[in-house]
Ligand binder design. Sequence first.
Ligand code: ITT
Length: 197
Amino acid sequence: MFKIYLASSNPHKAVEMSRFLEGVASVEVPSHYQPVKEEGRNFRENALLKARSLSLRMPGKLVLGEDSGLVVPYLGGAPGIKSHRFSTGGTDLSNIEKLLEAMKDARGEERRAYFVSYGVLIRDGEVLWEGEGRVDGIITQEMRGEGGFGYDPVFFYPPLGRTFAELTPEEKNAVSHRGRMLEGLRRFLLDKLKEEQ
Ligand code: ITT
C-alpha cells in the first residue's frame, strides 16, 4: 500500500480519491496543509503548483496535486480554472446560481459542458506521473440531487440519465473526470508495486 499526501483544501476530493484507490493507496491531507495561490494558466500548472508547494515540506513522500473544474464552451470556457471562485460568494450554491443565470438563454447543444481533472504525483519535486480525466454532460435548468459537491446538482450525465448529485459515490467515481484521472494513477501505482516485488 502506498501513502499519498493530497495537496488540497477540498475534503470532498480526499474522500472520492480514498474510495477510488482503496487497497492500492491511502490518501490523506496533512494537517499542516496550506492552500497555495492558484496562479497557473491551466489545470496542469495549478496541479503542479499545489503538489510542488506541499512536496517541499514533505521530503521523500508521495504528494498528489489535483486541479479540476467545469468548462462550458457557451461561456467561452468559464468557469474553467476559476470554478471554485466563479461567483463573489464563492459557495457551491452561489456558483451554481451564477452559472444558471449566465446560461438562461442557452438551448440544446449550447448547454453542453465538461468537467476536467488534472492530477500530478510527485516526490521530492520530481514528477512521477501525471494525467487528465474528462467527462461530458449537460447543464440542467435547475438543481437536482443531494450528493457530491460543487456543480454536481446541475451537471446532467446522459448515459445514466441523472445529475452527478443523483449518483451514488461509486457511480460518480466510475464515470467522473476525477475517477478517470485516478484510473490512470491506479494503473501507475499497480505497475510500480509489481516492479518493487
Ligand atoms: P483545492 O484547490 O484546495 O484542491 P478547490 O475546491 O479550490 O480545492 P480546485 O481549485 O481544483 O479545487 O477547484 C475545483 C472546483 O471545480 C470545485 O470547487 C468545484 O466548484 C468544481 N469541481 C471540480 N470537481 C468537481 C466535481 O467532481 N463535482 C462538482 N464540481 C466540481
